[in-house]
Design a protein around this ligand. Structure first.
Ligand code: PBG
Ligand code: ZN
Length: 322
């Protein structure tokens, strides 16, 4: 007679039959770098997360190293914003400074640079705005320029998160033309217009000042469309793809993993992080159990890498279990 419980008899057996594992080398940790000096600004809506100026970035990077985490995703908060998002591709822009600093002092860490304009635009949208509309084709050269400038600074991977059509092709072409054939593109392919991004917008100061992002980010109701987005990005030259948010979209991750042979990063976004932290701080849930359960759920769905603000904590828990 089948008795499933025989597989659960003790931890040794459970561990032997365990199908999915969280590995430290598959975690990607997002970091917010801000222009200025001596800054370590806690983000109220994301307990444990701060914005760092370059001169204090070592505090966070030392934690990253000690945790054994090998990849970070950089977001920049510029001193000034304008209508062209010029801080995103200024050679001395905040992300470029951070990349150069990291390549000089932490050369073993893989640097992924988020490519978008919203943090650098006075209106907070991810593209050029004209008459209240977010323009697609006019935005592409700026994204490509930003990607090339991060490559020049030493980024290993660029990650466009804007959701303009054909941006992966534009970025890939520009990188190749400038000789950066070895810099990879990790595209936010299936990025939904989500309520789960609000804490991030506090952290990055990137909330749109009018309207929303629904004309470029995906409708949460659409799963099949996500496969088309992924297909296009692969054809345009993406090396990795990102699905985002993660937890409410595990079906999308599963579908992508069944259809395509490309490494998938699940982005466990700010709102997902903040909800867990808030409940844990109230003593309503066990933070470690819930976080690890969420992470293994993403692996089960088919994610290869996980981008998460919990990364430092997860790495610590994994080491404790070893
Ligand atoms: C900006 C960007 C966003 C996130 C990553 N890049 C937010 C947005 O689209 O407004 C969200 C990350 C998170 O919530 O953790 N293009
Ligand atoms: Zn954006």
């Amino acid at each position: 007679m089948d008795r499933m419980r025989r597989l659960r008899k003790n931890e040794t057996i459970r561990s032997m039959v365990r199908e999915n594992h969280i590995r430290i080398d598959e975690l990607i940790y997002p970091i917010f770098v801000i222009e200025g000096e001596n800054i370590c600004n806690p983000v109220d809506s994301m307990p444990g997360i701060c914005q760092y100026s370059i001169d204090r970035l070592y505090e966070e990077l030392d934690r990253v190293c000690n945790a054994g985490i090998s990849a970070v995703l950089l977001f920049g908060i510029p001193a000034r914003k304008d209508e062209a998002g010029s801080g995103a591709y200024d050679e001395n822009g905040i992300v470029n400074q951070a990349i150069r600093y990291m390549k000089k002092n932490y050369s073993h860490i893989v640097v992924i640079a988020d490519v978008c304009l919203c943090e650098y635009m006075s209106h907070g949208h991810c593209g050029i705005v004209k008459n209240g509309e977010i323009l697609n084709d006019e935005t592409l050269p700026l994204l490509a320029k930003a990607a090339v400038s991060y490559a020049k600074a030493g980024a290993d991977i660029v990650a466009p998160s804007d959701m303009m059509d054909k941006r992966v092709a534009a970025i890939r072409q520009a990188l190749d033309k400038e000789g950066f054939t070895e810099v990879s593109v990790m595209s936010y392919s299936a990025k939904f217009a989500s309520g789960y991004y609000s804490p991030f917008r506090d952290a990055a100061g990137s909330a749109p000042c009018f309207g929303d992002r629904k004309t470029y980010q995906m409708d949460p109701a659409n799963g099949r469309e996500a496969l088309r987005e992924v297909e296009q990005d692969i054809l345009e030259g993406a090396d990795f793809i990102i699905a985002k948010p993660a937890l409410g979209y595990m079906d999308v991750i599963k579908d992508i993993s069944l259809h395509y042979n490309i490494p998938i990063a699940a982005y466990n976004v700010s709102g997902e992080y903040s909800m867990v932290k808030a409940a844990a701080m109230q003593g309503w849930i066990d933070e470690k159990k819930v976080v690890m359960e969420n992470m293994v759920g993403l692996k089960r769905a088919g994610a290869k890498m996980i981008i998460t603000y919990h990364a430092l904590a997860i790495a610590k828990w994994i080491k404790e279990m070893e």
